[in-house]
Design a protein around this ligand. Structure first.
Ligand code: PLP
Length: 349
């Protein structure tokens, strides 16, 4: 990487984080012990849900959530198209049928009207991601009466009507991948108020020392990861504050150059996991930004309907073509954010 390059995303780590991991290494207890139990307690009480089950990734969390819901062959699971393929993979793992829905142009979240049209007698669940840190239409979707798995991989700490995302569905899942809102390297969690549901996920994540054989997984989290997670969780409120500051700086600096950034509906809090700008020439823009040593990305690498060779998702197609994600993370300095805003103005005006 170029020395002065501003990377698109990176974790925000400090001496407390390093120390917490070193302490676990020195203790000699490396996997699914005290630290994992502490991290589960920390995340579940932060979000306000009874049970937390830590696992090795967000994908593993989705997989176990679908099994715990009883999703299997012939069942349909609705997911939006504009999201990473982890959701599609999890549905495929349990041999269920993925049913793809289009998204809302204003928020980049699942389009409720399109979703409703795709419900059938076989719909077993809806996976509802809150994209880029902005809560989706939770109330309307939960009120449809179909089990909702809230996907909070990008939204831990975001609020909907004053309550944290992750506390509305039958369960919720989280990812703590290196560049997520809080980082454990790899890692995930399932939260649920339902003790039986959490018990199934807890049993399935670990295959060892069980009476009676059934298929189980090795989806355990290590204590190094969990210790890092505990340390990062303490800083989550300040991380969110800083992300909002940077988003505010971009909003102010770019106010007069018109492009539609995500609209934030009332009673929702956007925590700016990503700052996404739909532009006329996204590829050309990213190339120009690279010349200024600023890393930008398409916020979704490939929409799910394209992975499946489907058509008929006009809003996803349009946003996929146009959307660019620019750097936003707590360790981004004011100078870097200014440089980015100035670069964008130069390119777009
Ligand atoms: C919305 C969403 N759900 C699930 C995942 C999967 O998480 P992981 O990469 O930890 O498996 C991601 C990861 O990027 C994501 O963005």
């Amino acid at each position: 990487m170029v020395a002065n390059m501003i990377s698109h995303s990176k974790p925000t780590l400090d001496a407390d984080d390093y120390r917490s991991v070193m302490d676990v290494l020195k203790s000699g207890h490396l996997v699914q012990g005290e630290q994992v139990a502490g991290f589960e307690e920390g995340i579940s009480s932060f979000v306000g849900v009874r049970n937390g089950v830590a696992v090795s990734s967000g994908t593993a969390a989705l997989h176990l959530a679908l099994i715990a819901l009883g999703a299997g062959k012939g069942d349909e699971v609705i997911i939006p198209s504009y999201v990473c393929c982890a959701l599609l993979n999890a549905v495929m793992y349990v041999n269920a049928v993925p049913v793809i829905a289009d998204i809302d142009r204003a928020t980049f979240n699942i389009d409720v009207d399109d979703l409703k049209k795709r419900i059938t007698k076989r719909t077993k669940a809806i996976i509802l991601p809150h994209m880029f840190g902005l809560p989706a239409d939770i109330d309307e979707i939960v009120s449809l009466g179909i089990p909702v798995i809230e996907d909070c991989a990008q939204s831990i700490g975001a609020k909907y009507q004053g309550r944290y995302t992750g506390s509305f569905g039958v369960c919720s899942i989280f990812s703590f991948y290196a560049t997520k809102m809080l980082a454990t390297g790899e890692g995930g969690m399932i939260l649920s108020d339902d003790d039986r549901f959490a018990g199934i996920a807890r049993d399935l994540r670990d295959y060892d020392e069980k009476d009676g054989y059934s298929i189980r997984y090795n989806y355990k989290m290590t204590d190094m990861q969990a210790a890092l997670g505990i340390s990062q969780l303490k800083k989550l409120p300040s991380f969110i504050e800083r992300r909002k500051e940077v988003a505010g700086l971009y909003d102010r600096s770019l106010r007069d150059i018109s492009f539609p950034v995500a609209a934030v509906p009332e009673e929702r809090e956007h925590i700016y996991y990503r700052y996404v700008m739909p532009l006329d020439d996204s590829s050309g823009f990213m190339e120009e930004m690279l010349k200024l040593e600023i890393g930008c990305r398409r916020p979704v690498f490939k929409p799910l309907h394209k992975c499946l060779g489907l058509s008929g998702f006009p809003v996803t197609d349009e946003i996929f073509k146009r959307a660019v994600s620019i750097p936003i993370y707590p360790s981004l300095s004011d100078d870097e954010a200014h440089k980015i805003a100035v670069g964008i103005r130069e390119i777009l005006s």
